[in-house]
Design a protein around this ligand. Sequence first.
Ligand code: ASP
Length: 444
Amino acid sequence: MWFKKSSEQTSPKAFRRQITEHVQEKLWLKILVALFLGAVFGYILSPDVAIMKNASAAQLSAWIAFPGYLFLRVLQMVVIPLVMASLILGIAGGDSASLVKKLSWRVIVYFMFTTTVAVSIGLLFGHMFEPGQMMNVEQASGMMQGYTPPPVNEALTDSSNIPKRIVGLIPKNPFASIASGDMLSIVIFAIFVGFALTAMSTLRSKPVLDLAHSVQDLCMVLVSWMIRLAPYAVFGLIVDAMVKLGVSSIVAMGLYVVTVLTGLLVMLIFYALIVTVLGMNPVQYFKNIREAQLIAFSTSSSAATMPVTMRVADEKLKVNPAVSGFTVPLGTTINMDGTALYQTIATIFLAQVFQIDLSAWDMMMVLTLAIAASVGTPGTPGVGIIVLATILISVGIPPEGIALILGVDRILDMCRTTINVTGDLTATIVMDRLLGKESLKHEE
Ligand code: ASP
């Protein structure tokens, strides 16, 4: 059996190492090959080539995507217990309490800083490339016919009674939050539990911490099983995405797609600069995190990727587990740089199509809402575009315009999710370094 049963004697660290050994054999290369083959095969099945009827291609691709759906589902299944266990251990495990106290405000300020950089890059590139100038309102109205935009998210735009709304973030019933999968409430609950445990006697807190340890290890075992499936999963998911995507739609929206991708690339360079400032080799850094990036790209979900992100932080970046246990779940929930950048460019693109001048105040509005959306939106596929409707309405752009960019959303979602996950990992390494951990061994 590829996975040995953990014995009583195995320490949690050795146990985790054991899991990793099994997944380290050039997994990233297998995923990359699967991605390439999936793209080629998916293209052959797609409406652009049309070797078979669309309905048959869709049915076939659904079966090919089966391991992918399975993979995604199991990762999603472990996310909530893993977020809770990791946050609790990150805050109260071992001697990490004072560490996290130091970390908490810094990481939130850091997240706000990087999201502001992302939005600024979006504003700059949106104005530099002017992607919307290529399309006129008549063309646009044809594409928008019959499209119903997503509803406005009142929680983002309503500025009345902010104190009450802040308090509203604390879950009244944590079990209801867990049942409904409300990640932000779950994270807040786990943070409360973690800090409360640090105030208790060891005798009383130990059972909960032991349970959290077991839950965390249990989740990682499930992840290690699933990760063996990753190349097949990625192949299937990419075939499925390609069949639904259609390459012709990407070409038609060329300049818009290029603008978003260039913006995301610049954000990646920004992360490379950050790690360089920390004294690391950025190439080595990206090599270390590529597994998480590839899974994020293939699943379009930073929440589903979170267990892998966590594993990469601990095993490849070798950060202090107390730091990753805090920053990864938190970042997955409240930090989405790629999404914020994308929403900004999409807003500018549609403003240009509809010939609406965005004032400095509107830009500020986009910045604020993109940051707020980053906190409030779950890391699941396609949510970025749903929240976009709210941003558009608040700066006077018809949300029906979303119909224009919907066709290329999947591919952009894959790319922005990769940036979201890279942002969380970069935050983790920054916090680890800020806390002066000397034992970082990122050279393998
Ligand atoms: N799919 C993205 C994520 O999971 C969110 C988005 O739609 O932008 O991070």
